[in-house]
Write a new protein. Sequence first.
Length: 258
Amino acid sequence: MAAAVTAAVSFPSSKSSSLPSRTSIISPDRITLKKVPLYYRDASASGRVVSIRAQVTTTEAAPPAKVVKESKKQDEGVVVNKYKPKNPYTARVLLNTKITGDDAPGETWHMVFSTEGEIPYREGQSIGVIPDGIDKNGKPHKLRLYSIASSALGDFGDSKTVSLCVKRLVYTNDQGEIVKGVCSNFLCDLKPGSEVTVTGPVGKEMLMPKDPNATIVMLATGTGIAPFRSFLWKMFFEKHEDYKVNISTSWFFLRTLL
Ligand SMILES: Cc1cc2nc3c(=O)[nH]c(=O)nc-3n(C[C@H](O)[C@H](O)[C@H](O)COP(=O)(O)OP(=O)(O)OC[C@H]3O[C@@H](n4cnc5c(N)ncnc54)[C@H](O)[C@@H]3O)c2cc1C
């Protein structure tokens, strides 16, 4: 006895063997290949008449495997919300410099704030900034979040600074007026020596994996380069006994703004 291979394909919304009018994407794990017997008999001395039994069956799709999310709440030593809007920290600007060329379509500034080590953060965390002044309702401005762009050691390597990369927001509204974003313009215009009100550190979702062999995929679209500057700084500019980057498992995708 010979054997033939038939494909049993399941479609999510149809029990009939005809194809549904709507095209659906079938994931490979829902296509099963099944061996069924092939019956044949000799009809003459010269050849064979072959009878093929075609079989189309429908099966319910197996529910997708549940992804177990690893909680980072118990990560040791990761500080969050040490400073909150009601008890913020006053940092001092050490440096603020434009890092985009004059012919670039927008402006991005790199700034370093002195924290005296009072904001212990990890690569991948953010800080909040409360810009000076009041909003149109006469209330203090609300804080805006900014990804930390320096490694945990800071740009000066003494764990006493935090750096940001900030894009100056300027756009034209529907009435044709030029509008400047409150906090980004406040930050980009800060002069060395001035004070800035900050909160945080914030977030545990984007911390670097402890395993140096873990695959790291960094997608920097538009202005989202700041957190990856902190990753790359730690990976390539610093030496850590407990962390040596495996470059073959790290991927960095950067969208240019040309
Ligand atoms: C976790 C996190 C990390 C971040 N990290 C960074 C960072 O590293 N660097 C950085 O530069 N930013 C970062 N941001 C964005 C940042 O928090 C602010 O949103 C940004 O700087 C704009 O704030 P602003 O006060 O200047 O603008 P606002 O005065 O708050 O104005 C923003 C508002 O203007 C309006 N607007 C903006 N563009 C247009 C437009 N083209 N047309 C019409 N209306 C428009 C929208 O209503 C928008 O909500 C981050 C945000 C988050 C949540």
